[in-house]
Each structure stands twice: as C-alpha cells, then as structure tokens.
Design a protein around this ligand. Structure first.
Ligand code: PLP
Ligand code: ZN
Length: 422
C-alpha cells in the first residue's frame, strides 16, 4: 500500500510521519483530523504513515522515553519541546524465578509499573496529548476505569491544561485519590464504565476544544501502545519474542503491540521471525476470550464483575481485531477467576519482586493457565506484559498478606518467632 502525501498536504498539521487516517474496515482514507469513525462505514479509523530514515542507531540515539520512537508516532517533530510526561523505556526483566515456577524455559517481564503514574496508560496519553495540541484542543478528557484517569489528570497538570475525567463512582478509592490529587475536574458517575463511556461520547460532540483521549482522538491515542511492542523488541536486542501475553480491556493494546512488531519487521529493524500473541482476561469480564473459545468473530458484550477493574470493559471496541491478531499469529485468549488473579499477583511479587495490580495478576495467571492447557509453548521465549502497579489495587491483597507474626518487643519472642517461621 503506497501512501500519497495529498491528504496530509490538505492540512497544515505536523503529526510527524502520520499521513492520513484509514478505515480498518473499508480502507477509506481521510485527512488527519480529530475523527475516529469512517465517514462511509463508521468503522474505526487508524493512523497511516510514511516512514523515512529510521534506523536502530537513530532510535538508540533518542531520549530514554517513548519519544525515541517519535518518528514512528503521530506526533509533531518538536514533540520534546512541550511539557509532557515522558513515559516509556521501562524495565524488561529476565524473570528466571517466575519461569521456574511456571515451568517455562525463558521468560521476561515487561514492567510497566515504572511509568510516571504507574501504568502503561501514560504511553497512550502522552501521544494523545501531543497530537491533541497539534489538532488545536485545549482540554484533556477521558472516561476511565482508573489508570487512564491518573494518566490524563497528570499529563494535563504537567502541560498546564484543564482536564475533565469521568469515572464510575464504584472505582477503587486509591484510583480516585490518585487522580484527584492532580487537580482538574473529576466526575464520579453512578454507573458502569460503559455508561461513563457513552456520556463521554455525548460530551465530546458538544465541546469542540475537549480532547477525549480514547474517544475523539482515539486513533492517535491508540498508537501509543505500539511503543510497548517497540521496547520489547529493542530491549531483547533488536529481535521479536516468540510468544507474548497481553492483558485485554478494549483490546487496543494487544492489536498495537502486534502493529509495533510488524512495523519493526517491515522497516528491517528486526528479523521478521514468527511470534504468537496471547490475550488475557478476567473471567468476570471475558467477552473476547469467550468469542475465541466459541470460534466466533463477533464479541458479545457482558456486564463486568471482577476485581480486575482496569480490564473491566464489557463491550471492547477492538475485540474483533484482537481475535484477528490472535488467530493470525497462532495464539489464544485465556481467562482466570478473581482468586487466580490474586494468586498471580502474589506469585509475581514473591518470585520477581514486582508488585502488579490486578491486571498483572490476570496476565500471570492466564499465562499459567495457557501453559497448563498446552496453548503456550513452555520451550518458546515468552514475554509477559505487566501493565500497572499493585499500589493501585491494594484491596486485592489486603486480607491475603500481612506480618508473618506479631510479637512482644523482647528478643526472646523475636527468636521464638524466627525459629517457628524462619
Ligand atoms: C487500560 C489497561 C490495559 C489494556 O488496555 P486496552 O484497552 O486493552 O488497550 C491493560 N492494563 C492496564 C493496567 C490498563 O490500565
Ligand atoms: Zn470505512
């Protein structure tokens, strides 16, 4: 598919290598703008690019953040000159102890708890903010299950923008506080995430200077997830993993990790070696896993009921595309109970010293289940995406972990306790 510059030339926008928006369903191309649905078929729009002069050296010479990939993202050439959160380049750790516990030969954990607001959402929001500024917006907004709220409120604060964040009022207290602290307007809505999302779409239509990162600027926002794929490949020493396990909420992240791998291979930055993409959901919100199991192309919406609230999207916009990627690459989608999620959190913490939020528990526990089911190959090199910090969902482990013993302040009591538990 060759791109002409005509469409981009019709606007004075500088969105770097981005040239047009292209419909994922019918392929119709439209000019770069704050649009998210195809004018012909209402299919989702995606950014189409023309990449030039990208080498391993040029990337390695870049900043230690997602902006090292700025020439692969829909952001202006001078993106670094505006205040933003500079997420990315988080640790990829060799998880030998977790590998042993799971019975896998070689395993890595991509630890995205290290981002500025402790989840992978800082990646997508940083890209959305940069694109939104160029598109003429002045207020940063979102409906959120929590992590996005943190990231939007923080990025807006850093940029000096107003923010409007809508959350379900049932959200974990920690996620409410960690959004409110950045200032901005925070509306707690008595409803589900899907209700909040619908309200955001209505508000976006009414306020032309409000960028709802995952609604009216969604095509740009979504591209931020590619950086997870880029980093995994770069940090593995410029090669693709054989298997990767990705948590699924709307499904955007999973499809963009695949897009990132494909772009790197197409640009000759890595060998085009085969890889398999696996999805992870909580049983209490597993519409994509269900469609996968049933062999369906259509994802039937569900009403979420799980402790993994950051993944609790009952009507996932990218569900069908997740199914495409997983089937095309020979992966699978698994799901795990809330009990298994907590076990997954604890296993990762005690083997690797990484405390993940419930979404991380979903990824670890699903990997375990997919290994037991023979879907994941224990001999293939595998990466797990750990996308959020455990301090965000302390409730999940509150009654499960605590002091080994509580003792009087005498050395005798301490020695006895150590003898008993050591
Ligand atoms: C949002 C989120 C995801 C997945 O997001 P998608 O909507 O599927 O792109 C994964 N993990 C965490 C912690 C999240 O907050
Ligand atoms: Zn279309």
């Amino acid at each position: 598919m060759t791109l002409t510059a005509d469409l981009a030339a019709t606007t004075a926008l500088d969105l770097g290598p981005a040239r047009a928006l292209s419909c994922r369903e019918c392929g119709h191309r439209t000019a770069l703008a704050a649009e998210f649905a195809c004018p012909h078929c209402f299919g989702p729009l995606e950014v189409a690019y023309e990449f030039t002069g990208i080498t391993r050296d040029s990337i390695e010479a870049g900043p230690k953040s997602i902006w090292r990939y700025r020439h692969l993202l829909p952001v202006p050439g001078d993106v670094q000159s505006h205040p933003n959160t500079e997420p990315g380049l988080t640790r990829l750790i060799e998880a030998d102890r977790l590998a042993a516990a799971l019975g896998v030969r070689k395993l890595w954990v991509k630890d995205d708890t290290g981002n500025p607001t402790h989840s992978f959402k800082d990646r997508v929001v940083a890209v959305a903010l940069a694109a939104a500024r160029e598109l003429g917006f002045t207020v940063l907004c979102c409906p959120s299950t929590g992590n996005l709220a943190n990231a939007v409120a923080a990025a807006a604060a850093r940029a000096g923008w107003d923010s409007v964040v809508l959350i379900p009022s049932s959200l974990e207290k920690a996620k409410i506080l960690t959004t409110a602290v950045y200032g901005g307007t925070l509306l707690a809505v008595d409803g589900t995430y899907d209700d909040v999302n619908r309200l955001a779409t209505e508000l976006a239509a009414d306020h032309e200077d409000w960028a709802f990162v995952n609604v009216n600027v969604r095509p740009y926002y979504a591209e931020g997830s590619k950086t997870l794929g880029y980093e995994v490949a770069e940090q593995l020493g410029w090669r693709l993993p054989e298997q990767i396990v990705v948590p699924v909420a709307s499904g955007s992240q999973l499809t963009k990790v695949d897009k990132g791998f494909t772009e790197f291979a197409t640009l000759g930055l890595v060998e085009p070696t085969p890889y398999r993409v696996f999805g992870a959901q909580a049983t209490g919100c597993s519409p994509v896993a269900k469609a996968f199991e049933d062999g369906h192309d259509v994802v039937t919406p569900v009403r979420p009921d799980t402790i993994a609230r950051s993944l609790a999207i009952g009507n996932p916009a990218d569900g069908p595309y997740v199914l495409d990627v997983v089937r095309r690459t020979g992966g699978a989608i698994g799901h795990v109970s809330d009990e298994e999620v907590v076990e997954g959190i604890r296993l990762l913490a005690r083997t690797e010293g990484v405390f993940a939020e419930t979404a991380g528990g979903v990824t670890v526990a699903t990997a375990k289940k997919l290994l037991e089911a023979g879907a994941l190959d224990p001999d293939a090199e595998t990466v797990l995406l750990i996308t959020g910090d455990g301090l965000k969902t302390l409730d999940a482990v509150t009654d499960r972990v605590g002091p080994t013993a509580t003792v009087p302040s005498t050395s005798k009591a301490v020695r006895e306790a150590l003898a008993q538990h050591g």
